[in-house]
Design a protein around this ligand. Sequence first.
Ligand code: PGA
Length: 252
Amino acid sequence: MQRTPLIAGNWKMHTSLAEAKALAGGVVSACKGLTDREVMIAPPFTALAAVAEVVRGSQVRLAGQNVCWEEQGAFTGEIAPGMLRELGCSMAIIGHSERRQIFGESDALVNRRVAGALRFGITPVLCFGETLAEREAGEAMAVLERQVRAGLAGIDVADPSTMVLAYEPVWAIGTGKTATEEQAQEAHEFVRNLLCDMYEKSIARQMRILYGGSVNSGNVDALLAQPDIDGALVGGAALKAESFERIIHFRQ
Ligand code: PGA
């Protein structure tokens, strides 16, 4: 089953406007001539308009770091899917562990965001992953199952290219502690089987599952060599054009 790898950069709450434009320029250059993989960047909302100018005409896809499910209204602090579309975004990160842990976003809220994004033609990058305590208690797979089933509850996926998932063990995010290739593959295979249970197999086998959590230029090749790892969601190493460039150019 051929799945086009996706390398995604999550800039989190980093970059001034000038830094964002320079970094985006570096990513555009790094992508020149690439045809066998996709690249996405998610700058902070405040930099989206400026970065959109920089990536225009390139193959770099732009994403929001979150998205609301409503078209407009009294939702202070939220960004509507149409607002993202207007700025050239075709994707949005949803359910990142920082949203879940620091801002209390529940599985049900994440599910509303996924549904809202799809309704307005935004491809979700649905994040899920267990904490260290959950892993040590032997509950990792149960947590992944709960988060994936709840995040996708009631969601029909007709076109598998419009639904991306991202396994991000919380203990590996920003810690320099990457999951081993075996640990990551085990989780990805588990989720792949879960998707096969939830959707038509031909659809489930085409959905991309990214790995995230301390991905860097040194470990990307081994991670992406795993059969069910279809790309990377990169935080820290996406903030420097050189390291992100090496990740984009991972060797298959
Ligand atoms: P990290 O972040 O690469 O800095 O661990 C990944 C993420 O949170 O998406």
